[in-house]
Write a protein that binds this ligand. Structure first.
Ligand SMILES: [Zn+2]
Length: 184
């Protein structure tokens, strides 16, 4: 039997990156070629907003995510007074997924955010960075990055040990409750 092959659409972003569907989550960014460690790959662009406006949007996003289950946070800290809301279709950098073993990181250079390669990246590899979420609401952010050190939830590096310990002792629900009550 001849089974029709579905062509997976990919879209070129720049010399280094393209957009494709991701096994981690939704669409992701992928390397179009071998990328050397330290290469600047893309700028995170969006709307500059004051801290006050950014907090308002952050809360609204959080509430929406509780209703829809889609927890997408696109706001980055930029300066002491302003943040960057990257929830814009033209901001391709927003498509980079989280990994517990990321190959890229964002660096703030003169109040602009750029994604840099942390190591050499093979052609075809998915581009990832550490979302750095706080442990408090970890249940809202399950992780499917598939890396060997994945803790199952998107939680920033320095809190993963704690989460592992908690999960070993309690069920995920109880662990989160304990964290919120502060008796973890
Ligand atoms: Zn993970």
């Amino acid at each position: 039997m001849l089974i029709p092959r579905k062509t997976v659409q990919s879209k070129r972003v720049n010399a280094f990156l393209e957009i494709r569907s991701s096994r981690i989550h939704g669409r992701g960014l992928f390397a179009r070629r071998l990328i050397r460690k330290g290469t600047r790959l893309i700028e995170y662009v969006g709307e500059r907003v004051t801290k006050k406006e950014s907090n308002r949007r952050g809360l609204a996003l959080h509430e929406a995510s509780l209703r829809t289950g889609g927890a997408s946070v696109y706001i980055f800290e930029l300066t002491d007074t302003h943040d960057l809301d990257g929830d814009k279709p033209y901001n391709h950098a927003r498509l980079a997924n989280h990994s517990c073993d990321p190959n890229c990181e964002f660096i703030n250079e003169d109040d602009r955010l750029y994604l840099y390669a942390l190591r050499e990246i093979e052609k075809g590899e998915e581009i990832t960075f550490d979302y750095g979420y706080d442990i408090a609401h970890f249940l809202d952010h399950p992780c499917r990055c598939g890396s060997a050190n994945c803790v199952g939830y998107i939680v920033r590096t320095d809190q993963r040990k704690k989460l592992r310990r908690l999960l070993a002792r309690k069920s995920a629900k109880k662990a989160e409750k304990a964290l919120r009550k502060g008796d973890a």
